[in-house]
Design a protein around this ligand. Structure first.
Ligand SMILES: C[S@@+](CC[C@H](N)C(=O)[O-])C[C@H]1O[C@@H](n2cnc3c(N)ncnc32)[C@H](O)[C@@H]1O
Length: 358
């Protein structure tokens, strides 16, 4: 899972940023008897159970390189999509994940020498065709994304976590360092958890418990799988339901609350890069007419869900949404929150709104 100068963890930055009935309260969903979609095992974790010859693998590799080259600047000119150079890097990563000994691809072996693969050759032909012809995101092809120091499982139906969202973990960490009361534990929530990346990220810096919620059953299944992979079942419970509905048992008691909700204005979605608008779930993207529907709902809910002194961090589309949110808190919800601040992401975009419940 290594990469060259362009790190795999930064791959998702080529995707346009996402400005762009409680089933079993209090318990991790995978401990319940609810039937959930079974998450897909990421390619790099599958056993190398498929045998091919060296010449068959070479033939596939040459075909895949030619397909990547044929794209040229077409996708980047069209919608800021990947160019050939990036697709060639992705192909290297696909080889690293799919071939038991990826160095063999550059070796000089006998044509009939056996190579062991984590997917059969037919699947490798098909997924690379999908990557190029259907613009299926690379992360869905390999079934994972590198995010902070995690490798989270992702698949269709779940948003691929973006690099800018990594900052929320640092914001939580900073809040804990500055505020002794917050360090005393308590329950936190990650609302709209998707793959569970953010819940896992904050659980590892917190002393307390995290409840991660999502309306999407696929997201709940994938987040539960990732929580299990990082052995955090004791710290993170994943619950299915809309925003605060699955959190009635902790109303007014949350020590902290984070969320990266859908915030893209509905009319902008079709103009996004094909990898995003054709393949990522609309439920994860669409924030209504001006993109603010869910942010405002979360803001209203935070006032009743957080305990006094409780911390919140919300991700937004950028400057305008952040400002609308802070103005809303200061004017319409006067007295509910204090120390509201707008914080920037790595690119200097005013992406996050943080503050405390009074
Ligand atoms: C922008 S994605 C963020 C996913 C994840 N937190 C991340 O940063 O990668 C928004 C998430 O909110 C979820 N969502 C949308 N509407 C919801 C609702 N009414 N209640 C709970 N979750 C919802 C979506 O399924 C999606 O997983």
């Amino acid at each position: 899972m290594k990469s060259s100068c362009f790190t795999r963890a930064s791959l998702s930055s080529i995707l346009q940023p996402v400005f762009p009935p409680r089933s079993n309260p209090g318990r991790p969903v995978f401990c319940s008897t609810a039937v959930r979609p079974k998450p897909r095992t990421p390619l790099y974790l599958r056993p190398p159970a498929f045998r091919a010859t060296f010449s068959e693998l070479q033939k596939w590799h040459i075909w895949a390189k030619n397909k990547a080259t044929s794209v040229g600047p077409t996708f980047s000119d069209l919608d800021n999509g990947p160019d050939s150079a990036l697709l060639h890097r992705e192909l290297n990563w696909l080889v690293e994940d799919a071939v038991e000994n990826p160095n063999l691809i550059r070796a000089c072996l006998d044509d009939t020498a056996p190579v062991w693969l984590r997917a059969c050759l037919e699947e490798l032909y098909e997924v690379w065709r999908q990557r190029i012809e259907e613009r299926r995101p690379f992360q869905y092809v390999v079934g994972c994304e590198h995010w902070r120091d995690l490798i989270v499982s992702v698949e269709e139906g779940v948003l691929i976590p973006r690099p800018e969202t990594e900052v929320i973990v640092d914001l939580v960490d900073d809040a804990l360092k500055r505020n002794e009361e917050l360090r005393n534990g308590g329950v936190w929530a990650d609302l709209g958890t998707g793959s569970g990346a953010l819940a896992i990220g904050i659980a590892r810096v917190l002393g307390g418990r995290v409840i991660a919620t999502d309306l999407s059953p696929v997201a709940v299944a994938v987040a539960s799988y990732n929580v299990q992979r990082y052995d955090l079942q004791d710290k993170i419970a994943v619950r299915e339901g809309s925003w605060f509905d699955p959190l009635k048992d902790v109303e007014g008691e949350l020590s902290g609350l984070v969320s990266n909700p859908p915030y893209i204005p509905s009319k902008d979605i079709d103009g996004l890069q094909a990898e995003v608008c054709k393949h990522e779930p609309r439920l994860a993207l669409d924030g209504g007419a001006n993109g603010m529907n869910d942010l405002l709902r979360l803001c209203n809910g935070a006032a009743s869900m957080l305990r006094p002194g409780g911390f919140f961090a919300f991700e937004t589309n950028g400057e305008t949404q952040s400002k609308i949110l802070v103005d809303y808190m200061d004017a319409k919800m006067k007295g509910s929150f204090c120390n509201t601040m707008i914080m920037s992401d790595f690119a200097g975009i005013q992406r996050f709104v943080t503050g405390y419940r009074t």
